[in-house]
Ligand binder design. Sequence first.
Ligand code: ADP
Ligand code: MG
Length: 317
Amino acid sequence: MPRLVVALGGNALERAGGTGSWEESVIQMRTAARALATAAAQGEELLLTHGNGPQVGALLRQNELAEREVPPRALDVLVAETEGQIGYLIAQELEPELARSGRPRIVQNFPSRMVVSSRDPALRRPSKPIGRFYTENEANLLRKNRGWTLARDAARGGWRRLVPSPRPIGWVEAESFLQLLAHHLTDRTMPIVAGGGGIPVLDRGHGRFSGIEAVIDKDYAAALVGRLVGAPRLAILTDVPAVAVGFHKPWERWLTDVRAAELRGFVEAGEFGAGSMLPKVEAALDFLDGGGKEVVICDTSTLPRALRGETGTRIHP
Ligand code: ADP
Ligand code: MG
């Protein structure tokens, strides 16, 4: 059974400010792969998950540009596509590193559907900006013709589509995956699940699920997966060394070891960026509430050291 769930952030998969080419992703993933393989060599059984922000944005743009020739796909379908391409990327780069570190594994991708509640207030309040920028006229047309919610991005001058970012409450494949883990997956397997936060679906009953136009933050999905598989530890890898209070302020302080109760106080004081650090911290608290023993939040390449308590933030129940 995996003891450590690792959530890879967007920066592990694509360089911020890069061109977004596949070759760049490969190089970026190689660095992450080395960190993961070192952690595995320290004796951790890993279960992986990952984000997909830049990748789903690129697919959305391809769909928009090609829509006269190829019928565009809805957002749930695009999330499913990113699970395929990113799982492939991780497997290709991670397997040789695992072999090199003396713990060979086949990295097995499990595309996953995450159930969201039809009563989740987030569904009525789209909050996550995705895709290209539009002019005000275009925005008005899209609102009328497609029923989209669009918001003005003052800083970058233009209008953008907003989609809901609901919380996952269930994982369709959970039971089946747990049985596989217990009876069929060997110690030669390293699974990837719930990539990109999972494909968001509503439970229609009688075994039917319908995909919705939304995205799930991978941090919440990782916490749910960690609870469902009963892993004691969760590591959230990102592009900052740790969790800060007073982030980017003169009194900035990086947290090393912190208790859940203290962290909750910082949440209430508004210390964490909505849509970036806040979901990680909330996911951490959720995971610990569900019986988790420790959450590590750190820079991707520092994972092995952060697990040993030398860097990053560790959150305790
Ligand atoms: P990921 O792809 O890893 O999920 P995000 O951009 O969603 O990346 O989240 C990481 C970002 O959170 C950091 O780059 C940082 O700018 C931002 N952030 C906001 N508040 C804080 C904070 N209090 N401490 C550290 N980072 C923060
Ligand atoms: Mg994020």
